[in-house]
Design a protein. Structure first.
Length: 308
Protein backbone atom coordinates (compact mmCIF):
# COMPACT_ATOMS: atom_id res chain seq x y z
CA UNK A 1 0.00 0.00 0.00
CA UNK A 2 1.25 3.50 -0.86
CA UNK A 3 2.02 5.77 2.06
CA UNK A 4 2.27 9.02 0.10
CA UNK A 5 0.59 11.01 -2.65
CA UNK A 6 2.56 11.15 -5.92
CA UNK A 7 2.05 14.19 -8.16
CA UNK A 8 3.40 14.11 -11.73
CA UNK A 9 2.99 16.28 -14.82
CA UNK A 10 2.09 15.61 -18.43
CA UNK A 11 5.61 16.29 -19.71
CA UNK A 12 6.47 12.72 -18.69
CA UNK A 13 4.77 11.56 -21.94
CA UNK A 14 3.73 8.19 -20.51
CA UNK A 15 0.52 6.56 -21.75
CA UNK A 16 -2.50 7.67 -19.70
CA UNK A 17 -3.31 4.11 -18.67
CA UNK A 18 0.15 3.79 -17.10
CA UNK A 19 -0.20 6.82 -14.81
CA UNK A 20 -3.88 6.38 -13.95
CA UNK A 21 -3.36 4.81 -10.53
CA UNK A 22 -4.66 5.32 -7.00
CA UNK A 23 -2.74 7.96 -5.08
CA UNK A 24 -1.32 9.54 -8.25
CA UNK A 25 -2.33 12.99 -9.59
CA UNK A 26 -1.49 14.18 -13.10
CA UNK A 27 -1.03 17.93 -13.65
CA UNK A 28 -1.62 18.90 -17.27
CA UNK A 29 0.50 21.47 -19.08
CA UNK A 30 -1.43 23.79 -21.42
CA UNK A 31 -0.73 24.42 -25.08
CA UNK A 32 -2.21 26.65 -27.76
CA UNK A 33 -2.77 25.57 -31.35
CA UNK A 34 -4.63 27.23 -34.22
CA UNK A 35 -6.28 29.72 -31.90
CA UNK A 36 -7.46 27.19 -29.31
CA UNK A 37 -6.06 26.43 -25.87
CA UNK A 38 -5.90 22.81 -24.73
CA UNK A 39 -4.60 20.63 -21.92
CA UNK A 40 -1.94 18.00 -22.50
CA UNK A 41 -3.78 14.86 -21.37
CA UNK A 42 -1.22 12.47 -22.88
CA UNK A 43 -3.34 12.10 -26.03
CA UNK A 44 -6.20 10.58 -24.06
CA UNK A 45 -8.75 12.70 -25.96
CA UNK A 46 -6.79 13.70 -29.05
CA UNK A 47 -4.86 11.89 -31.74
CA UNK A 48 -1.08 12.10 -31.99
CA UNK A 49 -1.40 11.62 -35.74
CA UNK A 50 -3.77 14.59 -36.07
CA UNK A 51 -1.56 16.80 -33.89
CA UNK A 52 1.62 16.12 -35.82
CA UNK A 53 -0.09 16.26 -39.20
CA UNK A 54 -1.24 19.76 -38.27
CA UNK A 55 2.37 20.68 -37.53
CA UNK A 56 3.47 19.20 -40.85
CA UNK A 57 0.91 21.44 -42.56
CA UNK A 58 2.26 24.57 -40.90
CA UNK A 59 0.63 24.83 -37.46
CA UNK A 60 3.01 26.23 -34.85
CA UNK A 61 1.69 25.30 -31.40
CA UNK A 62 2.97 27.19 -28.38
CA UNK A 63 3.22 26.10 -24.76
CA UNK A 64 3.18 27.59 -21.28
CA UNK A 65 4.12 26.43 -17.82
CA UNK A 66 1.57 24.84 -15.52
CA UNK A 67 -0.65 27.66 -14.29
CA UNK A 68 -0.34 28.98 -10.76
CA UNK A 69 -4.03 28.15 -10.29
CA UNK A 70 -3.43 24.51 -11.23
CA UNK A 71 -0.45 24.27 -8.90
CA UNK A 72 -2.37 25.92 -6.07
CA UNK A 73 -5.46 23.75 -6.53
CA UNK A 74 -3.40 20.54 -6.75
CA UNK A 75 -1.22 21.26 -3.72
CA UNK A 76 -4.15 22.54 -1.66
CA UNK A 77 -6.19 19.42 -2.41
CA UNK A 78 -3.24 17.26 -1.38
CA UNK A 79 -2.82 19.28 1.83
CA UNK A 80 -6.49 18.92 2.68
CA UNK A 81 -6.23 15.18 2.11
CA UNK A 82 -3.39 15.18 4.61
CA UNK A 83 -1.23 12.48 3.02
CA UNK A 84 2.46 13.45 2.58
CA UNK A 85 3.11 14.23 -1.09
CA UNK A 86 5.89 14.33 -3.68
CA UNK A 87 5.81 16.28 -6.94
CA UNK A 88 8.21 15.14 -9.68
CA UNK A 89 8.60 18.30 -11.76
CA UNK A 90 9.54 18.87 -15.39
CA UNK A 91 13.16 20.03 -15.75
CA UNK A 92 13.97 23.49 -14.39
CA UNK A 93 16.48 23.73 -17.24
CA UNK A 94 13.63 23.85 -19.75
CA UNK A 95 10.74 25.47 -17.90
CA UNK A 96 9.98 27.84 -15.02
CA UNK A 97 7.34 25.44 -13.70
CA UNK A 98 9.64 23.99 -11.03
CA UNK A 99 10.40 27.43 -9.59
CA UNK A 100 6.69 28.32 -9.69
CA UNK A 101 5.86 25.08 -7.89
CA UNK A 102 8.32 25.93 -5.11
CA UNK A 103 6.70 29.35 -4.64
CA UNK A 104 3.21 27.86 -4.53
CA UNK A 105 4.36 25.15 -2.12
CA UNK A 106 5.54 27.80 0.34
CA UNK A 107 2.21 29.60 0.05
CA UNK A 108 0.23 26.42 0.66
CA UNK A 109 2.42 25.40 3.59
CA UNK A 110 1.74 28.78 5.19
CA UNK A 111 -1.93 27.74 5.36
CA UNK A 112 -1.22 24.07 6.13
CA UNK A 113 2.00 24.10 8.19
CA UNK A 114 1.74 20.42 9.13
CA UNK A 115 1.55 19.26 5.51
CA UNK A 116 4.57 17.42 4.08
CA UNK A 117 5.27 18.26 0.43
CA UNK A 118 8.49 17.48 -1.42
CA UNK A 119 9.20 18.96 -4.86
CA UNK A 120 11.87 17.25 -6.94
CA UNK A 121 13.41 18.87 -10.00
CA UNK A 122 13.72 15.81 -12.24
CA UNK A 123 16.08 17.68 -14.60
CA UNK A 124 14.46 15.51 -17.25
CA UNK A 125 11.84 15.89 -19.97
CA UNK A 126 9.53 13.78 -22.09
CA UNK A 127 10.12 10.03 -21.96
CA UNK A 128 13.33 10.57 -19.96
CA UNK A 129 11.15 12.12 -17.27
CA UNK A 130 8.75 9.28 -18.02
CA UNK A 131 11.30 6.60 -17.10
CA UNK A 132 11.92 8.28 -13.75
CA UNK A 133 8.17 8.57 -13.16
CA UNK A 134 7.68 4.93 -14.16
CA UNK A 135 10.29 3.88 -11.62
CA UNK A 136 8.70 6.15 -9.00
CA UNK A 137 5.31 4.54 -9.61
CA UNK A 138 6.84 1.16 -8.77
CA UNK A 139 8.45 2.51 -5.59
CA UNK A 140 5.22 4.31 -4.69
CA UNK A 141 3.27 1.06 -4.86
CA UNK A 142 5.91 -0.67 -2.75
CA UNK A 143 5.09 1.74 0.06
CA UNK A 144 7.91 4.28 0.09
CA UNK A 145 7.29 7.29 2.30
CA UNK A 146 7.22 10.76 0.74
CA UNK A 147 10.68 11.59 2.07
CA UNK A 148 12.07 8.29 0.83
CA UNK A 149 10.52 8.68 -2.60
CA UNK A 150 11.85 12.23 -2.98
CA UNK A 151 15.34 11.09 -2.00
CA UNK A 152 15.07 8.14 -4.39
CA UNK A 153 14.08 10.41 -7.29
CA UNK A 154 16.88 12.90 -6.64
CA UNK A 155 19.42 10.10 -6.90
CA UNK A 156 17.72 8.06 -9.63
CA UNK A 157 17.44 11.03 -12.02
CA UNK A 158 21.22 10.91 -12.49
CA UNK A 159 21.01 7.40 -13.94
CA UNK A 160 18.38 8.11 -16.60
CA UNK A 161 20.18 8.01 -19.93
CA UNK A 162 18.53 9.28 -23.09
CA UNK A 163 19.27 10.21 -26.65
CA UNK A 164 16.85 11.37 -29.29
CA UNK A 165 16.85 12.27 -32.95
CA UNK A 166 14.82 15.09 -34.47
CA UNK A 167 13.98 15.75 -38.08
CA UNK A 168 15.47 19.23 -37.77
CA UNK A 169 16.09 21.87 -35.13
CA UNK A 170 13.57 24.47 -36.28
CA UNK A 171 10.89 23.72 -33.68
CA UNK A 172 13.47 23.77 -30.89
CA UNK A 173 14.83 27.07 -32.19
CA UNK A 174 11.35 28.58 -32.39
CA UNK A 175 10.66 27.57 -28.80
CA UNK A 176 13.93 29.06 -27.58
CA UNK A 177 15.38 25.71 -26.48
CA UNK A 178 18.51 26.00 -28.62
CA UNK A 179 20.42 28.95 -30.15
CA UNK A 180 19.33 30.04 -33.62
CA UNK A 181 22.91 29.63 -34.88
CA UNK A 182 22.85 25.91 -34.02
CA UNK A 183 19.56 25.40 -35.86
CA UNK A 184 20.82 27.21 -38.95
CA UNK A 185 24.02 25.16 -39.01
CA UNK A 186 22.04 21.91 -38.70
CA UNK A 187 19.77 22.87 -41.60
CA UNK A 188 22.70 23.84 -43.78
CA UNK A 189 24.39 20.49 -43.24
CA UNK A 190 21.20 18.54 -44.05
CA UNK A 191 21.68 16.12 -41.16
CA UNK A 192 19.50 14.59 -38.45
CA UNK A 193 20.51 16.10 -35.10
CA UNK A 194 21.01 13.87 -32.05
CA UNK A 195 20.47 15.36 -28.59
CA UNK A 196 20.28 14.43 -24.95
CA UNK A 197 19.52 16.10 -21.62
CA UNK A 198 22.54 17.09 -19.59
CA UNK A 199 22.96 16.64 -15.85
CA UNK A 200 21.77 20.25 -15.46
CA UNK A 201 18.49 19.45 -17.18
CA UNK A 202 19.24 21.36 -20.37
CA UNK A 203 19.36 20.10 -23.95
CA UNK A 204 22.72 19.29 -25.48
CA UNK A 205 23.58 18.45 -29.07
CA UNK A 206 25.50 15.15 -29.02
CA UNK A 207 26.00 14.51 -32.71
CA UNK A 208 24.45 14.29 -36.15
CA UNK A 209 23.52 11.49 -38.50
CA UNK A 210 23.32 11.36 -42.28
CA UNK A 211 19.76 10.15 -42.62
CA UNK A 212 17.21 8.58 -40.30
CA UNK A 213 18.46 5.00 -40.64
CA UNK A 214 21.92 6.00 -39.45
CA UNK A 215 20.32 8.10 -36.73
CA UNK A 216 18.39 5.11 -35.41
CA UNK A 217 21.57 3.04 -35.46
CA UNK A 218 23.26 5.81 -33.46
CA UNK A 219 20.51 5.53 -30.82
CA UNK A 220 21.17 1.79 -30.54
CA UNK A 221 24.93 2.42 -30.27
CA UNK A 222 24.23 4.95 -27.49
CA UNK A 223 22.22 2.30 -25.65
CA UNK A 224 24.98 -0.31 -26.03
CA UNK A 225 27.59 2.10 -24.72
CA UNK A 226 25.70 3.44 -21.72
CA UNK A 227 23.18 0.84 -20.49
CA UNK A 228 23.61 -0.51 -16.98
CA UNK A 229 25.22 -3.90 -17.53
CA UNK A 230 24.14 -5.27 -14.16
CA UNK A 231 20.91 -7.14 -13.50
CA UNK A 232 19.13 -9.91 -15.38
CA UNK A 233 17.03 -7.65 -17.61
CA UNK A 234 16.78 -4.08 -18.83
CA UNK A 235 13.92 -1.63 -19.24
CA UNK A 236 13.82 0.97 -21.98
CA UNK A 237 11.30 3.47 -23.28
CA UNK A 238 10.97 4.32 -26.96
CA UNK A 239 9.28 7.63 -27.59
CA UNK A 240 8.25 8.90 -31.00
CA UNK A 241 6.46 11.86 -32.53
CA UNK A 242 4.20 10.10 -35.03
CA UNK A 243 6.89 8.01 -36.72
CA UNK A 244 5.81 4.46 -35.82
CA UNK A 245 7.94 2.78 -38.50
CA UNK A 246 11.09 4.33 -37.04
CA UNK A 247 10.00 3.32 -33.54
CA UNK A 248 9.46 -0.26 -34.74
CA UNK A 249 12.89 -0.32 -36.38
CA UNK A 250 14.49 0.97 -33.19
CA UNK A 251 12.65 -1.68 -31.18
CA UNK A 252 13.83 -4.47 -33.49
CA UNK A 253 17.45 -3.37 -33.27
CA UNK A 254 17.32 -3.02 -29.48
CA UNK A 255 15.72 -6.46 -29.08
CA UNK A 256 18.37 -7.95 -31.36
CA UNK A 257 21.10 -6.32 -29.29
CA UNK A 258 19.50 -7.20 -25.94
CA UNK A 259 17.01 -10.10 -26.23
CA UNK A 260 15.89 -9.74 -22.58
CA UNK A 261 14.96 -6.07 -22.85
CA UNK A 262 11.50 -4.85 -21.80
CA UNK A 263 10.36 -1.92 -23.96
CA UNK A 264 7.55 0.54 -23.34
CA UNK A 265 6.55 2.55 -26.42
CA UNK A 266 5.11 6.05 -25.94
CA UNK A 267 3.87 8.89 -28.12
CA UNK A 268 5.60 12.22 -27.54
CA UNK A 269 2.84 14.44 -26.15
CA UNK A 270 1.68 17.78 -27.57
CA UNK A 271 3.65 20.00 -25.17
CA UNK A 272 7.00 18.34 -25.83
CA UNK A 273 5.96 17.74 -29.44
CA UNK A 274 5.45 21.47 -29.94
CA UNK A 275 9.20 21.89 -29.35
CA UNK A 276 10.63 18.86 -31.18
CA UNK A 277 8.28 18.56 -34.15
CA UNK A 278 7.06 15.50 -35.99
CA UNK A 279 9.58 12.72 -36.55
CA UNK A 280 11.38 12.80 -33.21
CA UNK A 281 12.38 9.35 -31.93
CA UNK A 282 14.07 8.63 -28.59
CA UNK A 283 15.51 5.83 -26.50
CA UNK A 284 15.63 6.08 -22.70
CA UNK A 285 17.02 3.59 -20.20
CA UNK A 286 18.79 3.16 -16.84
CA UNK A 287 22.49 3.63 -17.42
CA UNK A 288 25.63 5.44 -16.38
CA UNK A 289 25.68 8.16 -13.71
CA UNK A 290 25.48 11.49 -15.54
CA UNK A 291 27.55 13.11 -12.81
CA UNK A 292 30.55 11.18 -14.11
CA UNK A 293 30.48 13.43 -17.17
CA UNK A 294 30.94 16.63 -15.16
CA UNK A 295 34.20 18.51 -15.62
CA UNK A 296 36.52 18.92 -12.66
CA UNK A 297 35.57 22.61 -12.45
CA UNK A 298 31.86 21.77 -12.37
CA UNK A 299 32.36 19.13 -9.70
CA UNK A 300 34.20 21.62 -7.51
CA UNK A 301 31.47 24.22 -8.09
CA UNK A 302 28.75 21.75 -7.10
CA UNK A 303 30.66 20.79 -3.95
CA UNK A 304 31.11 24.44 -2.98
CA UNK A 305 27.38 25.10 -3.48
CA UNK A 306 26.44 21.94 -1.62
CA UNK A 307 24.60 20.44 -4.61
CA UNK A 308 24.27 16.70 -4.96
Amino acid sequence: MSSCHLIIDSCCDLPPQVVDRPGVTLMKFPYTMDGGTFEDDLFATASAEDFYNAMRKGSEPTTAQVSLATLTDTFTAAAQEGTPAVYLAFSSGLSASYDAACVVRDQVLADYPDFELHIVDTRLASVAEGLLVYGALVQHEKGMSAAELAAWAEEARCFVNEEFMVEDLEALRRGGRIPASVAVAGAALDVKPLLNIGEDGRLALTGVARGRKKGIKSLVDYYKKNVDSGGPSHTAIIGHADCPKDAQRLRELLEKEDPGIMILECSIGPVIGSHVGAGMVAVVFWGRDKRDNLSVADRIARKVKGDK
